[in-house]
Design a protein around this ligand. Structure first.
Ligand SMILES: [Mg+2]
Length: 231
C-alpha cells in the first residue's frame, strides 16, 4: 500500500457521495404537503434560504445543531403565518430525509473500488438520525468501516477536535497519509488542512472558489479522483 499517495480516505457524505439535494427536496415536499403549506416554488425557496443561512452560522460555530434543526422550521413557519409546531415539523422532515438514500451517479462504483485499497471513513456534519437511517439502507454501509457523524462525535467539521477524534479512532499516526474529500471548502477543506491532512475539493460543477482556502487538489469528476488517488 505504501506506493499509494494515501492510506486513509475521509469522505464527506452529502453532495460528495449522497445526492443530498435530491433527498432534501423530496423530504421538504412531503413535509410541506403533510403540514398543509402550499407546495410551490416560493415556499420551497423560502425554507431553503432560511436553512442555508442557519447551516452557514453552524459552519462558523454561531449556533448549535440542536437549535438549528428546530429553528429553521420555527422561522419558516413564522413567515408562513405561524401556528405549527416546529419540533413536529423537524421530526417529520428528518424521518423523510432518513429515507433519502440516493447516491450520486458513480459513487457506489468508486467506493467499491477504493475500499479494496484504502481504509475508508465517512466524515459528516449531518444529523445523526438522518445519516444513520440513510446509511443503513445504502450499499456504502459495508464499504465504510468508520463513520463519524458530528452529532455523535460532539464536535463538527471544520473544528480541529472533530478531526482529532477521527485520527484517534482510526489510529492515524501520520496525518499526511490521510486525505479529506468533500464538496465544502470550509467544513471539509479548511477543516482537513487545519488538522494536517491533505484535502481534495470535489467540485464537479466547476464552481469558483470565493475563499482564500487552497485545496491540495480539485477533483472535477469521480474518474479524475480515482486516477489521482491511484497515481
Ligand atoms: Mg457535503
Amino acid at each position: 500500500m505504501s506506493f499509494l499517495r494515501y492510506d486513509y480516505l475521509l469522505f464527506d457524505a452529502d453532495n460528495t457521495l449522497f445526492d443530498f439535494d435530491r433527498a432534501e427536496e423530496k423530504a421538504l415536499l412531503r413535509t410541506l404537503e403533510a403540514f398543509g403549506y402550499p407546495v410551490d416554488g416560493d415556499t420551497q425557496a423560502l425554507y431553503r434560504a432560511v436553512n442555508r443561512i442557519l447551516w452557514r452560522r453552524l459552519d462558523f460555530g454561531e449556533i448549535r445543531r440542536e437549535e438549528l434543526v428546530v429553528e429553521r422550521f420555527a422561522v419558516f413557519d413564522r413567515v408562513m403565518g405561524g401556528g405549527k409546531d416546529p419540533k413536529a415539523l423537524n421530526r417529520f422532515y428528518l424521518d423523510r430525509l432518513a429515507e433519502g438514500d440516493d447516491l450520486l451517479p458513480g459513487a457506489e462504483e468508486l467506493c467499491r473500488f477504493l475500499a479494496t485499497g484504502f481504509t475508508m471513513a465517512l466524515v459528516t456534519n449531518g444529523v445523526a438520525q438522518a445519516q444513520r437511517g440513510r446509511l443503513s439502507r445504502s450499499p456504502l454501509k459495508e464499504l465504510f468501516p468508520y463513520v463519524f457523524i458530528s452529532e455523535e462525535v460532539g464536535w463538527q467539521k471544520p473544528q480541529r477536535e472533530f478531526f482529532q477524534a477521527v485520527s484517534c479512532a482510526m489510529d492515524i499516526r501520520d496525518p499526511r497519509r490521510a486525505v479529506v474529500i468533500g464538496d465544502n471548502l470550509v467544513s471539509d477543506i479548511q477543516g482537513g488542512l487545519n488538522a494536517g491532512f491533505d484535502a481534495i475539493w470535489y467540485n464537479p460543477s466547476g464552481l469558483p472558489n470565493p475563499t482564500s482556502i487552497i485545496p491540495t487538489w480539485i477533483a472535477p469528476s469521480f474518474s479524475a479522483l480515482k486516477a489521482y488517488l491511484m497515481g
